[in-house]
Design a binder for this molecule. Structure first.
Ligand code: PEP
Ligand code: MG
Length: 586
């Protein structure tokens, strides 16, 4: 049965562009549970692992229910009942007790116990020949699959077999899932969960995949093969559009592609303002395969190489040689242009399978063991990364960037570890960068921004990470669609922290750049340059847009406007002053 025509759903548009294609609904129900014995001494830990997975499942169901409340009344009620039933099954039910009992009695892993208990409950419901209970079998299985998914966190999405040009629809996709999407095969994607600045969104932008996250009611009534339009600009998903509506989307898509082609002509033009100030436009890289795109748009260098890709979608950790080889390839491809490689920023929403053992389930992952905190707690991880960076630096221009720095002590500690690694490599007679790479820090914690003048003497450069800076300043989860409207780059507190950091860097005469998503949005270019920033790093696709904007602006006027803006306390007034300035230039 086809879904209703022209069903228009709203979400958060996170990646520009329009994709049209057949739907592929990610079927999370095809998981096969592994089965293995658990030694007596580890049984309680296995029960605990199950309890953690169940906890997570309850949080997921609660979140889905909150989302469902935004649907029209009847749909909200129907889905609400269903999710209440799922929640009940996950709380002290026969299912939960049965799984724990099986782990202890049969001495098996939690996945096998869940699978066995689901089969047994489904069988007993079927035996009762009751229509109501028969209908509940599907719910029991769905809850079981959710538990399995949470237990088998490392399940990779297999996108490679999908029909070319399809649109992936899913409840949720992790950044690691998204990294597996090949933009030559997949036209775009949409999910029910996820916010505008989470790493799934950033990954979508870097792969130039049109995407809409946080889409209400996405998976209701849509089937594989239905025609779907993902409009990443308007933040809309249209299921089975009528011919007229489809024509409209096709026309808009053609216009966007034409505009993109036209922007290519900017490639050879210098990135200078109308009054002659030159600005460095760098590329952010999530994955090495974006390198060609960065070179194609004429990036001056790589302003942020997120090295998390090295750790994603695998069961083991990359060793020094493997990391060196990949980094060297990137550094050599950039042909002498700077490559700013950031040490591992795993944690928060970005968990890599191979590092699962390093984390317990934190109460608040964004404030937990993330980024440099993990690297300093597990110095072997950091030593391996630094060694690889030092070795790759021998083949070009590499800078090292540290994420989530909050204190001078952390920078000092990294410098000590780096000195040890340098000595060890020299003893081994390995060729390393000479002079040693510059060592800079991300300013993305409000406390770091406020102490930027104290941090500057210990750093060779600053890179302002506005994504996290906004999240932590305003206490808004960057990946949560429910508070996406409160995530505000123009909040005066955010702007003051950017200004304070920039001025501290200028006083200390160290370079300062912005590499958060703000840097790649031409709406903010005049303001950021007006605040004194002269280096921006962004997804390669955005670089021509920002270059076009800065080539059209007068820096003296932009500086004057930035000053007026910094005198404001009202967010609406700030937005109006900025948009008026931009409109006048258009
Ligand atoms: C940032 O926080 O702005 C940033 C660039 O880092 P990430 O998005 O990887 O956290
Ligand atoms: Mg960050």
């Amino acid at each position: 049965m086809k879904a209703a025509a022209d069903r228009l759903l709203r979400g958060v548009g996170v990646s520009s562009g329009i994709a049209i294609g057949p739907a592929h609904v990610v079927d999370a129900s095809a998981l096969l549970a592994p089965e293995y014995a658990i030694p007596e001494a580890e049984l309680e830990a296995e029960v605990q692992r199950f309890a953690t997975a169940a906890d997570k499942a309850r949080r997921q169901v609660r979140k889905l229910k909150t989302k469902a409340s935004g649907l029209p009344d009847s749909a909200a009620e129907e889905i609400g009942f269903l999710l209440d039933a799922h929640f009940a099954m996950l709380s002290g039910s026969r299912l939960m007790r049965g799984v724990e009992k099986r782990i202890r009695q049969d001495k098996v892993n939690a996945e096998a116990a869940v699978q066995a208990e689901i089969t047994s409950i489904a069988q007993s419901f079927a035996d009762m020949e009751d229509a109501y209970l028969a209908a509940r079998i599907a719910d029991v299985r769905e809850v079981g699959q959710r538990l399995l998914r949470n237990l088998m966190q490392h399940k990779y999405q297999a996108f490679s077999f999908l029909p070319e040009g399809c649109i992936v629809l899913a409840e949720d996709l992790s950044p690691a899932d998204t990294a597996l999407m090949d933009p030559r095969r997949i036209a775009g994607f949409a999910t029910m969960l996820g916010g505008p600045e989470g790493h799934t969104a950033i990954m979508a932008r870097s792969l130039s995949l049109p995407a809409v996250l946080g889409t209400l009611g996405l998976l209701q009534g849509v089937q594989n093969g239905d025609t779907v339009v993902v409009d990443g600009i308007a933040g809309q998903v249209c299921v089975n559009p009528s011919p007229d509506v489809l024509d409209g989307y096709r026309r808009r898509r053609a216009e966007l592609l034409a505009e993109r082609a036209q922007l290519k002509s900017l490639r050879k033009l210098p990135a200078i303002t109308r009054d002659g100030t030159s600005v460095t436009l760098n590329a952010n890289l999530e994955l090495p395969r974006e390198l060609d795109g960065a070179i194609e748009v004429g990036a001056s260098g790589v302003g942020l190489l997120r090295t998390e890709f090295l750790f994603m979608n695998r069961e083991d950790l990359p060793d020094e040689d493997e990391q060196t080889e990949i980094l060297t390839r990137i550094v050599t491809s950039m042909d002498g242009k700077p490559v700013t490689a950031r040490t591992l920023d795993i944690g928060g929403e970005k968990i890599a399978t191979a590092l699962r053992g390093y984390f317990s389930e934190p109460t608040n992952p964004a404030l937990g063991l993330r980024a440099i905190r993990l690297s300093l707690k597990e110095p072997k991880l950091l030593e391996t990364q630094l060694a690889a960076m030092l070795r790759a630096g021998a083949h070009g221009n590499l800078r090292i960037l540290l994420p989530m720095i909050s204190s001078v002590a952390e920078v000092r500690r990294v410098r000590e570890i780096m000195a040890t690694v340098v000595r060890r490599l020299r003893r081994r007679g390995v060729k390393i960068a000479h002079p040693l790479p510059k060592l800079g820090i991300m300013i993305e914690i409000p406390g770091a921004a406020l102490s930027a003048d104290g941090l500057a003497p210990f750093c060779d450069f600053f890179a302002i990470g506005t994504n996290d800076l906004i999240q932590y300043t305003l206490a808004i989860d960057r990946g949560d669609e429910q508070v996406a409207d409160l995530y505000d780059p123009l909040h005066p507190a955010v702007l003051r922290l950017v200004q304070f950091t920039t001025e501290a860097a200028l006083r200390a005469r160290i370079p300062v750049s912005i590499c958060g998503e703000m840097a790649g949005d031409p709406r903010y270019t005049a303001l950021l340059l007006g605040l004194g920033i002269r280096e921006l790093s962004m997804a390669p696709n955005n670089l021509p847009l920002v270059k076009r904007r800065l080539r059209g602006l007068d820096l003296i006027e932009a500086t004057r406007r930035a000053r007026t803006i910094m005198d404001q306390t009202d967010r609406g007034r700030i937005a109006a002053l900025l948009d008026d300035f931009n409109d006048a230039a258009a």
